[in-house]
Design a protein around this ligand. Structure first.
Ligand code: SAM
Length: 292
């Protein structure tokens, strides 16, 4: 087996050889701890038949571990300067492919069809660039990719919001947007010391497992998300105030909003943070008739 990339000594040697300087604007914090990487990969529960999609391979620290434990790895890396490095570090792993593209602009679905043909267990595993964690996760969900789930490192504060339950301070429209599609769990808290350079914030690993069906059935998905976003526009405001100030023509339709809240069995004075996904689904379906 080849020497691991993710050790402080090997990482420094690689970076020095290529004169690589980190770009903070690209969220470049590389992992230098093989144990942590292995634990992240454990949570993905890959088999030799699995396909792995990685976002931001950096110098290949995680890519290497994924290559050893899956059939094929497809990695999207935005920074062209990393390509010659990855060519060298991943040379021993013929089951890896790096695509030099911004993942937010990439057609990931087509890439999956082309690169993972005939494979039916696909996981996204990544140490995400922290400046775009939420847009990346939302894109992966909204693209409705044929994946089993996502295991990724991100800021602990965002992990808390994603996995939050109703009634907690961090529960909001992001928790709902993700829990609509996925079961969300924080599986690891990671110290700053395992990165170079060290990030300013605490980190965590979350595991998102795709649900067979969305968590709740609604008449219109886009309207459901519009209602949830509106409900959290100002956390301290009541549902009635947020909905009437945020929904199109909401002020004029205040009475209909009150009616929909009553039909859904929800007190207008409650705050968005107290509603479960089921309650939001009921509310959105009753409001839909007035706002479609
Ligand atoms: N996987 C490596 C590791 O764990 O050491 C590097 C992780 S580093 C936190 C994030 C990586 O994502 C960097 O390599 C960065 O260049 C890349 N990146 C940043 N924005 C990106 C984007 N929009 N699309 C693809 N890759 C991106």
């Amino acid at each position: 087996m080849h020497k691991d990339i993710a050790t402080p000594v090997r990482t420094k040697a690689i970076l020095d050889k290529y004169g690589f300087s980190f770009k903070k604007s690209l969220g470049q914090n590389f992992l230098i701890d093989t144990n942590i990487l292995n634990r992240i990969v454990d949570h993905a529960e890959l088999t030799p038949e699995s396909g792995a999609i990685e976002i931001g391979p950096g110098i290949g620290a995680l890519t290497e571990q994924l290559a050893r434990r899956s059939k094929k790895v497809l990695a999207f890396e935005i920074d062209q300067r990393l390509l010659p490095i990855l060519e060298e570090t991943l040379a021993p792993y013929s089951n890896t492919k790096v695509i030099n593209e911004d993942v937010l602009k990439a057609d990931v679905k087509t890439a999956i069809e082309e690169e993972f043909e005939g494979m039916n267990d696909i996981m996204v595993v990544a140490n995400l660039p922290y400046y775009v964690t939420t847009p990346i996760i939302m894109k992966l969900l909204e693209d409705k990719l044929p994946i089993r789930g996502i295991v990724c490192m991100l800021q602990k504060e965002v992990a808390d919001r994603i996995a939050a339950k109703p009634g907690s301070k961090t529960y909001g429209s992001l928790s709902i947007a993700i829990q609509y599609y996925m079961k969300a769990e924080t599986v690891m808290i990671v110290p700053k010391t395992v990165f170079v350079p060290q990030p300013n914030v605490d980190s965590a690993v979350i595991r998102l497992t795709k649900l067979q069906e969305p968590a709740v059935a609604v008449k219109s998905e886009s309207f459901f998300f519009q209602v949830t976003r509106a409900s959290f526009a100002q956390r301290r405001k009541t549902l009635l105030n947020n909905l009437s100030s945020q929904l199109p023509n909401g002020k004029a339709k205040k009475e209909q909003i009150v009616e929909a809240l009553h039909q859904a069995g929800i007190e207008p004075s409650r705050r968005g943070e107290t509603l479960s996904l089921e309650e939001f689904a009921r509310l959105s379906d009753h409001l839909y008739t007035h706002f479609q």
